[in-house]
Design a binder for this molecule. Sequence first.
Ligand code: NAD
Length: 292
Amino acid sequence: MDKKIGFIGLGIMGRPMAKNLVKAGYSLKVYDLNKSAVADLAEAGAEEGASVSEVAKDCSLIITMLPNSPHVKAVVLGEGGILESASEGTLVVDMSSIAPDASKEMEKALSNKKLRMIDAPVSGGEPKAIDGSLAIMVGGNEEDFNEAKPLFDIMGASALLVGPIGSGNTCKLTNQIIVALNIAALSEGLLLAKKAGADVEKVFNAIKGGLAGSTVMNAKAPMILEGNFKPGFKIDLHIKDLANALDTGAAAGAPLPLTAGVQQMLQVLKADGEGQSDHSAIAKYYEKVSGT
Ligand code: NAD
């Protein structure tokens, strides 16, 4: 692929993802509201973009990696955005975790002007963004997926086309529900062990190889045992994802009672000043309500 790649959103995730593309030899034009992030990428070899519009005019494939639906909509549909500035045929690859309905809405508006979009959120966090081993879940048509696949292969260890536009984000919401509920289950179980007088570390070691063992348990139980809640994945971001899951569930007729319960726990923690803590701090909610 010899065309110039646009990259908008150079935060915790976008910055290392964009750097990996530059390292692999791609020519990138980048933009972020944060000028120091743009300068950092320029130092790594990317071309600085002065605005979304400048990137959109210059690039026929544009990756976005932004916080939530309103940010992506502003960049894609807003004044001076991609819809207004990009040429016919441009492919937008949104890798942010947003609401599936927002992906569908943007794709519809873009396709009316003969522009294309796929949604391609990721799982794996900053370490996997840095070493290029993210899991990428994609919604869109096969031709567009195949066009972006060489880039996915640099940023990720796997990229799977799940279904039509919005399916990538539906997949990501499914992932986020399962992770949040797993952390809550882990916290609840470990609290029982602690309150009932067991050695919690030994309990963890005894059960981790059994049916309850999981990637979430292996990653989060040590953090809970050490009381180390340095992110990782922040509570604020998980509140955003579960809010999108609850909205999507309400519209689709899928009851999500456990998701709603864990969302309440996260809201209590946020009100307690824990929004920037790792989501494993759900354990703190249990300690708080049990008076531990
Ligand atoms: P972040 O807040 O670190 O970065 C977002 C970047 O977007 C910031 O640099 C911000 O300045 C920029 N931005 C916001 N609005 C903009 C606009 N209108 N124009 C240009 N730039 C704008 O967020 P992040 O941690 O990199 O996450 C990005 C997405 O990836 C989110 O949807 C998040 O849920 C998802 N995600 C994050 C992780 C993680 O561990 N951090 C893991 C998987 C997925």
